[in-house]
Design a protein around this ligand. Sequence first.
Ligand code: MG
Length: 227
Amino acid sequence: MNNKYHIKAALIDMDGVLYDSMPNHARAWMGVMRHAGIKARPEEFFLNEGCTGAWMIDHKIREAFGRPATDDEKVELYALKKKFFVEQPPVMVMPGAQQMICELQRHGIVTVLVTGSGQNSLLDRLESDYPGAFPPERRVTSASVTHGKPHPEPYLRGLELAGVRADEAIGIDNAPLGVRSAHAAGVFTVGVVTGPVPSTELAAGGADIVYNSMMECAENISQLLER
Ligand code: MG
């Protein structure tokens, strides 16, 4: 694997990029909100994708009841969200994502996971779905950071794990908060539309380029590295 490119590393989000998991997350959140007696629309969970579970619970409780969530509520409702998530239909690998990872590996680009998730049901599948791409020492998860996306910390931590500077990396994310995090960390930011969030939201968040599917991203990634 010989890397002739200036770009040395790709920092890659998980939900909605590597896995077509966002519809399941939205359905699980809708179940939590029903349980808590809070009105919600599925789109809210797509738009706020990348925030921590605790933030989402606090945000919805403030909106509905005009007070912050208690620590117990954050723990209890997030546990419920994880439970509802695993009860959903199986999550599929995002079409195009494996091709994209293969292209990156073929070019000797170091791949690092940068997710706000702590969902073990997906993290535990990474090695079989994306062999060699995301060993434990190249994963930023909810457990690795103090501040979730859109704070730059997750992508900055990703740069550290890759051992490269910001101008030697690209970030790949499907959500407005994720794109803002990558942009704020100073990496060339690739936005990918894989759900109901429009490309304009990703461009507004600071994406340097937006693809309309992971397949399109996979087909163009070599060309992007050569730029
Ligand atoms: Mg995502």
